[in-house]
Design a protein around this ligand. Sequence first.
Ligand SMILES: Cc1cc2nc3c(=O)[nH]c(=O)nc-3n(C[C@H](O)[C@H](O)[C@H](O)COP(=O)(O)OP(=O)(O)OC[C@H]3O[C@@H](n4cnc5c(N)ncnc54)[C@H](O)[C@@H]3O)c2cc1C
Length: 460
Amino acid sequence: MPWTILPGQGQSLAFHQQGSAMKFDVAILGAGAAGMFVALAAQARGLQVALIDPHAHRLNNFAISGGLFPAAGSSLQRAAGNADSPQAWLDDLRQFAPGMVNENIASAVAHALPLATDFLLQQCAAPLHFLPDMVAPGHSQLRFHCVVPASGAALHGWFREACAQYPRIRCLTEPAQVQRLDPGFELRVGSDRIQARQIVLAGGGFGANAEMVARFIPGMAGALHNGSPTQDGSTMALGIAWGAQLWGMDGYQGQGHTNPGGATRLGMSIPTLGGFLANRQGVRFVAEDIGPSALAPAVLAQAGGVALEVFDAAIEAQLGNHGAYQQAVKAGQVITAPDLASLAAQTQIDLPTLERTLEAVGTFATGQAHDPLRRQVFARVLAPPFKASWVTGALSHTQGGLLTCADGKVLDQQGQAIPNVFAVGGCAAGLSGRGADGYLPGNGLAQAFGLGWRLAQALT
Ligand SMILES: Cc1cc2nc3c(=O)[nH]c(=O)nc-3n(C[C@H](O)[C@H](O)[C@H](O)COP(=O)(O)OP(=O)(O)OC[C@H]3O[C@@H](n4cnc5c(N)ncnc54)[C@H](O)[C@@H]3O)c2cc1C
């Protein structure tokens, strides 16, 4: 088998061909949410792990993310008195994304998530909490977990420190070239030579690869990408070169609560708490609680590709632990208005139209009228002082990838496992696909940790 040069890394690596190879049970390409989780779970089983990531100095999607993941049936959730179950989460997923669920992995992920969460808590002493105030569209229960206050950067930081501390995990930060042996793999990582019996492809999705986005998700070609530039599809390309089958390549996690420019976002909870969106004309255009992902193309379809997310101080008071929202406030993205006239003046939206929109939303909230856009729940009648923020639609994270079985083994065109090749996270097929509509909030980390748990148990 020839060496496979991963895209963008050149071929001029110093490599001491004669040096003796370091031997590992498994080499993991990518130290993000999925790769680091698998490393922790694999080392706990006594396996020697090489964890390789040439972009360790850059923010990956895990560090950019909200860090929020569902774990229906975790011990933390039970202790908080929430009756939930893996089956209930699975039912929500199937109802949210009918006909679009990756049934190869969905049930396994559902049942693995509480085990993965309890593993992090009990064996790794992760500072995880159940979040009783994290309401999310599409979820029938409160079931999100994270550090407190919720922050992907903080959770990522904990994972990174944990991986550095276990002696069975060797962290390597140079680009890898990979050769398939029979059996196993040889990798050149900088001047190191590594042999591993198994390989895990965990380099994330392809949201930063303009050519792949144009090919697989043409509707988002050229759209704002608020994920990490490390999402170049390079480990997916490795699986493709080895004959892997792809699944759900047009699926993506959109983000319709992104502030223009993409540096901050409001988080997913404001519509569920009672907020609404209006376009530049002051008119509502979508059932806002369809979820942050499906909102993205709906917002992009409005004039200027933007909308105003309107809520009030009472809703803001419930967002104290929502890290993404707090960052948006710090960045000056949230407008405060003592009354509607002030909000209209600050946003240059026609006041009479905005008044009519707010009045209509009030009648939906009190049950006096039904929303023609078919939104079912308006949690409260908004009252001054008002809050608002301009948002746009962004592509956050691609969901399609290498098709795997429930244990993360990569499948070929005939549905057979490619020997010793595993994939997880954005590199692997996600939980549900097709456009932005199928992404249930939390699907990204749910797959990274849930499939990661199953994969780590399947490694030998
Ligand atoms: C704005 C935003 C908000 C999000 N919020 C949430 C949320 O709240 N909840 C949720 O569930 N999901 C969320 N997600 C999705 C979540 O971040 C991803 O599902 C998750 O990070 C996927 O894990 P991963 O390990 O595949 O990718 P990453 O975490 O991005 O890690 C991939 C790693 O692979 C490395 N890499 C790339 N190429 C190579 C290579 N060739 N060799 C070696 N290493 C390589 C990269 O440097 C990177 O460190 C969000 C995403 C974004 C962008």
